[in-house]
Write a protein that binds this ligand. Sequence first.
Ligand code: SAH
Ligand code: SF4
Ligand code: F3S
Length: 472
Amino acid sequence: MFNSGITVKEHDEARQGEALVLDNQTGRNNGRKLYIESYGCQMNFSDSEIVASIMLDMGFTTTNTYQEADVIFINTCSIRENAEQRVRNRLKEFAVAKVRKPDMVVGVLGCMAERLKAKFLEEEKLVDIVIGPDAYRDLPNLIESVDGGNKAVNVLLSREETYADINPVRLTSNGISAFVSIMRGCDNMCSFCVVPFTRGRERSRDVHSIIKEVTDLYNSGYKEVTLLGQNVDSYKWTNEEGTESVNFAQLLERVALISPEVRIRFSTSHPKDITDEVLYTMAKYENICKYIHLPVQSGNSRILDLMNRTYDREWYMDRVNAIRRIIPECAISTDVIAGFCSETEEEHQETLSMMDFVQYDYAYMFMYSERPGTPAAKKFTDDIPTEVKNRRLTEIINKQQAHSKLRFEQQLGKVQKVLVEGLSKKSDQDFCGRNDQNAMVIFPVVENIKPGDYVNVVVERCTSATLIGKMV
Ligand code: SAH
Ligand code: SF4
Ligand code: F3S
């Protein structure tokens, strides 16, 4: 079906003289169906909503069944090797669908696209388009190129792109809560991490476009927004004249003031950057949720240094003490990596003792996975045997399960303000919704209460994943 032509844009020069050809496309694409699937972090899911918006403007409609799609997009993650493997396996399933429907276009988006660039086309023959996270505005051209029988690649990273003016299509939303991207990229260079290479330089989105997006969401019935960035605490936006400058604490305050009816969450906070100003702002506004995701990665200062996290054990503990002092009811979650290069048994024990110190509400726990091209891959040896990594990870998971249970049990008998999201997955006799601390709460359906309402629920019991109670 394809000739050998490949349109590749991997270098900035390729961007010169480029214009979007949005006109006439609507007609041509009318009724063509897009299927889009996302992997990885919330930012990828949020990006898929930008992509869908651009494709809908081009005349596409969306479908939930990939077999009937004209275009399949898979928005990918590179964070660990198994994240990439999952995508490769999924592509095999798409290949079967493409045999049945040879005109089907398959596009790889996101971080794996950025990491592998045109190599992807060689490695996975069914792929027609490879498009990096900063190149989605180029979709009309790329689709046109593929329709013309070419394969197409655009993996140019940008220092400015924030998609601020694009109104995302809320793909998976329940109509109550939505993600709002406030920045892109990351400048931190943690030694294990591929994100600075796949997402490029850090840039913050225009505060006015954020306020407008949240206001629009509120006006269309949304009650909860999660402000997203790899490192939200380094949000910093200054207007061109230099007369207006906004940091993260100030952004939080401005979003909180849109309406007391809109709850605000945010992720992720970097321990080196989270300030007391942010904590005091959280304490001041009832509608800023008392929940902080504060990835520790390791409890040992030598490993933290090798990871280039730029804080040590004492600094992290000081930040946790500040949270406990300023927002006593705050829930804290974390990310932990087990078995980073050269980690000793004693150093692993310090991760466990850090967990005892904080008593996290939740944790996302991983085995170290070496990523090609990262500083750790270049400088250190991935020398902890898989069995040891596995055993350390199991110890971390077991400890976390005990802490999650403990934190849940502390909620028993307490009244929680819950934002109703809908019926519980397990029973249409129950509602589900989250409390301030981000825990899922289940309670029997009450007449006249509907999704989007705030209700008070007294917690009577809990499972490992949910609090169960009744409305008061
Ligand atoms: N920006 C966030 C993290 C984004 S990646 C922050 O700085 O906290 C999400 C998590 O994936 C990281 O916190 C880390 O725990 C994990 N992770 C990243 N690279 C990894 C790797 N090479 N191996 C294992 N886990 C990794
Ligand atoms: Fe990766 Fe570190 Fe940036 Fe997080 S802060 S995205 S872990 S480089
Ligand atoms: Fe994965 Fe990229 Fe997010 S690597 S975690 S999808 S920024």
